[in-house]
Design a protein around this ligand. Sequence first.
Ligand code: CP3
Length: 343
Amino acid sequence: MAKKTILRALAGEVLPTPPIWMMRQAGRYLPEYRATRAQAGDFLKLCYNPELAAEVTLQPIRRYGFDAAILFADILLLPQALGADLWFETGEGPRLSTITDMAGVKALRPRAEIHETLNPIYETVRILRRELPAETTLIGFAGAPWTVATYMVAGRGTPDQAPAHKLKDTDRAAFVALIDVLTEATIDYLAAQVEAGAEVVKIFDSWAGSLKGADFTDFALAPAKRITEALKARYPDLPVIAFPREAGQGYIGFAKATGADCVALDNSVTPEWAAEHVQVDGCVQGNLASSHMVSGGQALIDETRRVVKAFSKGPHIFNLGHGITPDADPDNVLRMIEAVRGG
Ligand code: CP3
């Protein structure tokens, strides 16, 4: 069988129609997702139930025929596996026990023990590899160390990541130790996903944009490089997608510097700029604003075509610039796919 389209784009091939998938494609905008989540009880129970997690991963593939499925899980399962308490406040988001000093870092469970918690996730991956259509690529993922650390330090999402910045600036040793623990555990977690059947891995650094100057190099770029190099040493053919969200100028050269095969772009950069400055180095993924999935109309069609056209001269995987939101209209997703595939 011919190689899957996503893998061809990741290998640098320029395809006449870009392959497409969507961040958070299994999510609350879909009635079938909401039904399965209700069946599971809550979001975390859904993540740790391999049959139901596989089911919600498959739902958008059945409905839309995306070229890739992303494992249904969350970036905060790894801190939980390392010993943090984790829960979700309805309507608000994640809450975790906090880490504020070296004693907190030292109290984390040894990374060899994370699999006890994460085994159901690997089982989800195994089910998906059996059940996905032959042409659909399975993407595994983890949060990048900086982004995961921002939640572990603050105990929740924060608009400016101030608590993590404060730890970085006032207790450097503890902060660096935390980033190191997360980097090593992320390598183990992603390797286990690959062993279970993930064909590509994506590293989500949602808060990379708040790291400036040397901090960006040390805490966004360097950990992504360490993770990518360690995985490629074990799996030389494994494609890696890096997502240093809102990196701006930091997107330039990020793939080369880290060894990633593809850089995912948010929509704070224009596709024309990114084609010129980022796609020159290889495959890019992105970057339609997810707000179009809510507002629809002619602007959705025009902007979809604009993204496709801007990236048409190089390897490209079509995606949104960030996750689709719960208020999105499922029909707008169809219109986007038609505009990508039908021209
Ligand atoms: O993309 C996918 O469909 C795969 C599954 C996936 C989820 N979260 C499911 C999820 C992935 C790849 C993530 C990544 C993730 N999780 C990130 C990085 C990407 C990003 O969005 O910036 C972050 C920062 C998290 C942490 C997280 N998880 C937050 C802040 C929240 C609450 C906000 C929200 O959207 O509700 C979650 C919950 C979450 N993770 C949901 C889903 C489908 C919603 C949970 C629900 O059903 O109520």
